[in-house]
Design a protein around this ligand. Structure first.
Ligand SMILES: NC(=O)c1ccc[n+]([C@@H]2O[C@H](COP(=O)([O-])OP(=O)(O)OC[C@H]3O[C@@H](n4cnc5c(N)ncnc54)[C@H](OP(=O)(O)O)[C@@H]3O)[C@@H](O)[C@H]2O)c1
Length: 254
């Protein structure tokens, strides 16, 4: 049987790479990234060692035109549209709402929400035809667990919840599922600073914030995403699933 093609934005680093590793073997991979070519080549090298077909797609994604270009490139180089879309690209920039110029908010919402919507719309038509598709968005517990200085980030990630649930209803009858995975703190280049800070203190620092007592790894997210992409998850759609060691549950009391 022909392997399915997974397009993973942000697939060359951190969580996106964790997803790529979990899908490798079962899928061909199209990895989109912003511009860190060394990191991307390194990621592709690791995945290719498993015998997986991997192609890289550099270019900053900030709106519909970028998304359109990316999907055209993927179709051009693979000869088909992806059956699986993982929306993991994006950065976070903390800053108090009142102190930040509006273009900053614009950029974050575009990156995390609008690009996800655009890519989803672009890949859905062929999924309709095949009566199969998987869309998994990488959200964040910041969507429902408020943290100062993350107003636009949390607004964008919360937007993914409405997007996921509503789109899921519209496309379920064509064998297409749409879900969001909401990580808590996961070790990645993006969280290097905070992870170093938490790990440099006593274990109590981590246990105070994360009930499980340890920081999550990209594969903790990857394994769930791979399951959601499998045929076994055909009846799961419209969900937002935290992967956070219990962080968003409440006060640890420590
Ligand atoms: N790590 C966490 O604790 C955590 C928690 C909750 C949610 N998340 C979410 O998980 C996703 C991945 O985060 P991460 O920690 O894995 O980050 P990361 O290690 O910094 O990786 C980000 C990836 O996205 C790419 N990227 C960033 N902005 C892009 C853009 N505008 N266009 C195209 N590609 C872009 C990067 O490409 P380059 O390498 O070329 O720059 C890289 O491949 C993000 O959506 C983040 O909000 C992360």
């Amino acid at each position: 049987m022909e392997k399915r093609l997974a397009l993973i934005t942000g697939g060359t680093s951190g969580i996106g790479f964790g997803v790529a590793e979990a899908l490798a073997g079962d899928c061909d991979l199209a990895l989109a990234y912003a511009g860190n070519h060394d990191r991307a080549n390194n990621a592709a090298g690791i995945l290719q060692k498993t015998g997986t077909e991997v192609k890289l797609f550099p270019g900053k994604l900030s709106g519909y035109d970028d998304a359109n270009r990316l999907v055209d490139d993927v179709i051009g180089r693979y000869g088909k549209s992806p059956e699986i879309l993982i929306n993991a690209a994006g950065r976070i920039k903390d800053g108090f709402f009142m102190q930040i110029d509006f273009p900053f908010h614009d950029e974050l919402v575009a990156q995390h929400l609008l690009v996800t919507m655009a890519l989803s719309q672009l890949v859905l038509k062929p999924m309709y035809g095949k009566r199969y598709g998987r869309i998994v968005n990488i959200g964040s517990i910041s969507a429902f667990y408020a943290k100062r200085s993350q107003v636009s980030y949390s607004a964008a990630k919360a937007g993914l919840t409405g997007f996921t649930r509503t789109l899921a209803i519209e496309v379920a009858h064509r064998g297409i599922t749409v879900n969001t995975v909401a990580p808590g703190l996961i070790r990645s280049p993006m969280t290097e600073g905070i992870v170093r800070y938490l790990e440099s203190g006593s274990g109590k620092q981590i246990a105070k914030h994360i009930p499980s007592g340890f920081i999550g790894e990209p594969e903790d997210v990857g394994s769930l995403v791979a399951f959601l992409c499998s045929d076994k998850a055909r009846y799961i759609t419209g969900t937002v699933i935290p992967v956070d060691g219990g962080r968003s549950l409440g006060d640890t009391g420590i």
